[in-house]
Ligand binder design. Sequence first.
Ligand SMILES: *Cc1c(COP(=O)(O)O)cnc(C)c1O
Length: 402
Amino acid sequence: MTNKIKLFSTITNQDYPFERIEEFADNGESLEVKIEGIEKAKIRDGKYLWERYADFLPFSKIDESISLGEGNTSLMKADKKLLDFVDLNNLYLKNETQNPTWSFKDRGSLACIAMAKEMKESVTATISTGNMGASISAFGAKSGIKVIVFVPDFTPKEKIMAMGIHGAIVVKIIAPDYSEIKKKVLSLAKKLNLRIVSGNGPIRVEGYKMASFELFEQMQRRVPDYIAVPTSACGHIRGIFKGYRELKEAGIITKLPKMIVVQAHNNSPIVSAIKQGKKQVIPFSNFHTIAEAITSGNPMGGDEIIDKVSKYGWLAEDVTEEEIIESQKRLAESGYFVEPASATSLFAIKKLKQAGKIEKDAFVVMILTGSGLKDSEVLQYQKANVQEIKLDKIESAISKIL
Ligand SMILES: *Cc1c(COP(=O)(O)O)cnc(C)c1O
């Protein structure tokens, strides 16, 4: 363990030790890892991302035995239908549904488990609406770390079953407001001396950085103009940006991408604040959105994102339920079956282009964050063409279809 790594709070810049067990600073700000001497970091040779980018990561070592083969997800240019829909020339899809538990959460879980190993902890807990709990459960199973997952009662059954089969203990909490549940659960970390990881913890963010390193390699060292990220707890968007920022600090790239913060209109604590010129999150409660994976109504890390939007010229957009359903369908019609939260970015990009905020030739990446199969309930909103026929009617039925 090196002493050149610390945590600092992202708004008032207070230092904390790297080993800190709580996810946020004492005043509630997001925490960020700082590695001394990152200006001299170099990309190295190695089979795995964490080997090639070891200089950029806070761990003394990541052992192959804790990995589930996360990452290595495809980056594909959107087809003509999608390009026409958003009215852009260069839209790319980074398909994070190809991860071992079908969402980008696996990149962060690798980092959380590496940290647990580094700290010699045998139990890890998390609070999650689903994907993160399922992901940590899988990584815990692989590495022999016991996992406890706290979930709200709206977590889809597919995600709870996934936690269950990996052997995690699932604690469902019946309470109306997810942000309140989360605050309460996270506040117990110190008392219980239990690392309870959340979607915006500093260690998780280090794992998400690997998505930007991978994009950097896939785009032959070119930096996209925009990266659209459906945002809830804020860890993902922070992580991707931090990866690029550190590549810049190390003199490897010269420009930064602009991030696009995407939220559901029915729960847009960050995007509403930005649109209204506020510096603080506008809390949402008692809302409903089919985008279950982005339901932090009062994200603790939100103020930092609002700050970064103005500091770095990021964009922000929200989308209605109808727009989410249409986006999910359009992506599926082009071959990508994603969950509603992931689909939000497509319509958000379309609206930003329409408003003149994205140029026609801009290089835009949208992250497909999670798979559509993990939430079958919402598929009631999508039409499926299923016909039932008798055995002796197959030929005539098919002739009719043709
Ligand atoms: C977790 C999640 C998000 C939101 O990411 P945050 O890091 O919480 O902002 C978006 N989409 C999917 C599918 C997710 O699982």
